[in-house]
Write a protein that binds this ligand. Structure first.
Ligand SMILES: [Fe+2]
Length: 149
């Protein structure tokens, strides 16, 4: 039963890629099928549906993966889960960073740029906007840039 469920989940990526590759995009958007189609791939090479390697994942596809997880975790309209708070979503993303599922440098940038907070303030409910200390989640280099001594 579990594998049937997993293959159903994987199907949404295959259909995404098939549908987007049939659409005509203007030149500036021609890589949309790649960006959207790779949002469940991971730097560790265990993603789906194609188990791409880190070298095969473009920066926009890596950004899309982070945005997709953050949006999914915090979304209030999913029947299978309650919406996570911002701090919960960041903590889960950090676990994905440690697992090399998502790009650690881009995750750091997601935090230090304040993009997560701008999104949260615009789209989430007030009760989801809890305090987040981003420092423990940053890689050493980013932490030094964020907090120069
Ligand atoms: Fe997805």
């Amino acid at each position: 039963m579990k594998s049937a469920c997993a293959s159903k989940i994987n199907e949404h990526m295959i259909f995404t890629i098939m549908m987007l590759e049939q659409m005509h995009f203007p030149q500036s958007l021609r890589r949309v099928p790649e960006y959207a189609g790779n949002h469940h791939e991971g730097l560790h090479g265990r993603g789906y549906p194609r188990r791409l390697s880190a070298e095969q994942l473009s920066i926009p596809a890596r950004i899309m993966a982070i945005a997709d997880v953050f949006e999914a975790l915090t979304a209030p309209d999913r029947p299978y889960k309650r919406p996570h708070t911002v701090s919960e979503a960041i903590r889960i993303l950090y676990a994905l960073k440690k697992d090399r599922h998502i790009d650690g440098g881009l995750f750091d940038l997601f935090l230090t740029s304040g993009a997560y907070l701008r999104y949260a303030k615009q789209f989430l409910k007030a009760e989801q906007l809890d305090e987040v200390n981003i420092t423990p989640y940053l890689s050493d280099v980013s932490a030094r840039l964020e907090h120069p001594s």
